[in-house]
Design a protein around this ligand. Sequence first.
Ligand SMILES: Nc1ncnc2c1ncn2[C@@H]1O[C@H](COP(=O)(O)OP(=O)(O)OP(=O)(O)O)[C@@H](O)[C@H]1O
Length: 788
Amino acid sequence: MSNTNLHPDHQEEQARVNDISVIIADRIKELEGRTGGVRGEIVDIRRNFWDDVTVNFEDSAETAETYASMKQQAELMSERERSFRHMEEQLGTLKRLARSPYFGRIDLVDDGVVSSKTDSIYLGIGSLMDKSGEHYLIYDWRAPVSSLYYDYGPGPVRYETPGGTVEGEMTLKRQFVIRNGVIRSMFDTGVTIGDELLQEVLGAQSDAQMKSIVATIQSEQNRIIRNEKARLLVVQGAAGSGKTSAALQRVAYLLYRYRGSLNAEQIVLFSPNPMFNSYISTVLPELGEQNMAQTTYQQYLEHRIGRDFELEDPFTGMERLLSEQDGEGNRIRMANISFKSGTSFMGVIDNYAESLGSSGIVFSPIMFRGRALISKEEMECRFYELDPSVSIPNRIRNLAGWLLKELTARGKKERKKRWVLDAIELLDSDAYLEAYQELKRKNKYTDQSFSDFDSEKEYLAGMVVQEKFKKLRRRTKALKFLDIPAMYRTLFQQESPKEVSADWEDICRQTLEQLDNGVMSYEDATPYLYLKEKLEGFHTNTTVKHVFVDEAQDYSAFQYAYLKRIFPNSRFTVLGDFNQAIFAYSGTGVGFQGLESLFGPEETERIELHRSYRSTRQIVEFTSYIIGAEHDIVPFNRDGELPSLSIVPDEEERLAAIREKLEEWKKRGLASCAVICKTAAESKSVFEALKPLIPELLLVGKNTATFEKGLLVIPSYLAKGVEFDAVVISDASDAAYSKESERKLFYTACTRAMHALHLISAGKLSPFLSTSGSESTYRVLQNPARKQ
Ligand SMILES: Nc1ncnc2c1ncn2[C@@H]1O[C@H](COP(=O)(O)OP(=O)(O)OP(=O)(O)O)[C@@H](O)[C@H]1O
């Protein structure tokens, strides 16, 4: 990094930082005072709430007045609370600015201004005005003018503002690293922002949490962050090209740009696994914004259908496929997965659902005390009597209304039954007291003991039946009288729907077997939900305005079509890399690549990122060969050691080599080192063998909720999206990675390394390492690591 002492403007810039620091400190002091005052007011309002409200319920006029006065007090309190929250947010931003007020400066000469005065624009993570409130001392990085910093180097520039296009000349572009009020470094840059600063940022060690990249956003990333036109923004980017980073800064940008009309709860991010959620959780708060809603697609499925079935998660399916040998069973399973991932299966379900409009809906009888209180036949009869031109969900709702009425009527009949009389006798005295009070309130007590006894019994019988029927009513309201699992099953007992799949019969057999075991495989879950919603009505979420899908290559075309349907008012930003499409159901990323058809080309924009920032140049060159993309992926120019490979004779040596590497890296001070194994089973066995020798070793599994630094063993498919200082690929042999379907998995695993990558192979080497030309991208360590 350039030496700041040499920069001629250093003193002047430091003086400005000092001035700004004083202003920020004053503002903080003043705001803290005001915040304290508002806090006190809130405490007072809460404490005196009832003193300040005139409570009188004597007549309707008094009651209305009481409510009005309560409402007024409540409004006053929530207004105070709102301004308190706002001040707290401002305070948070000021405190962050105090540590590092800005990271960039651009000098602009506006072409349209006669005097051609140069404006110096300083960029930080929040804005700061001068005392008059008329001039910006610091511009928020998301302000329109700040875009110039990311998109241009010195020279002619243009940018859009709400008032139109502004053209001008950038005469200076300067970067700063300021920590605790002191300029650590500053330098003037050309077109690309801060190769020097980027070098430093990327060369640093990884963290348990992802960092914000606002100081070094690259122009191609800026296009993603500030895109406002596309209904569907598709980002295809190489591993480590900053897709997740761009997505998170985009959320921050949108929250700024649409402040007032968009809040964090209206943005949803689908992420690959729960651990990833923890990994990215600090980026937005660091930028002074709240986190968006985060979920995994699996969590969503579980929430919607987890009670109907044991839902297989994608990782279990993955583990099964990776561990299985090639064979007919596996071939059918692949055909099954691929068929259910496509939208043609959606068409099959549409046709099936339509046919259910005239016959075939399977109802579950409403059972009570071992008998059908309302039979399937009754429901069927009632349903198919309804006007067939009305949609199925509306007819179902109508049927539910009828069933609820029937439950009331049949409940009344039930009151005379022996079991009710028996239950009344077992009631406690509170129930009797309640009956007495209720009858008295309704003036049904006659003081004639016989009829009083009868009314009481009748009342209690009503109570008993009502209590028992509660569950039936609840289930009816939840439309549980529809037997969706049976209908989904029937779908696979049909004659082959026209030209759907040559493997239809095999697919049916395999699916039925699985359903009979009570397991819903991952590839069935969305189609099942789709059928369910076709019949019950779609659970759409109209409040969400932006959906982000990270690791977008892992979603099937079917899942995308479904997501579009449940978020009808939303724009979509999907970010993925078809070279990392490792799940069979993603059809090697077909759903992702064919996304244009979702909204049509007019509403879709596609941006490609070819530059990779995560790893050293050597690692990027090595990994690019694995997928034959050596000419497509451009490494950021950061040097490191060549990836290395140990060829070892046996398992024992393999473990010794892993241990040796981890110890070497630990000594070098690399804080996060991962041993990436192909499967969870292999991870467990490596972990168990090494744990006694390396006590701090951690095992990451699909349920691991937080991402931690340290020495980890992790299965390849869970390492998606995250990164480590150094990575050992525990088994780079032909036995582990040789099938074409495993190439992307191998690539994904290797691309997790930032600074160092080591591979170990016992036995024949994976063919993915022997692409012609790739030999020079790694070095083979001749001596196995084992120490005697
Ligand atoms: N403009 C940038 N400035 C600084 N760091 C960056 C920039 N862009 C990306 N990075 C860094 O590069 C690394 C990879 O970024 P990120 O995880 O967002 O990439 P990705 O495309 O989502 O990767 P993958 O697909 O492999 O999961 C991160 O450490 C991130 O901080």
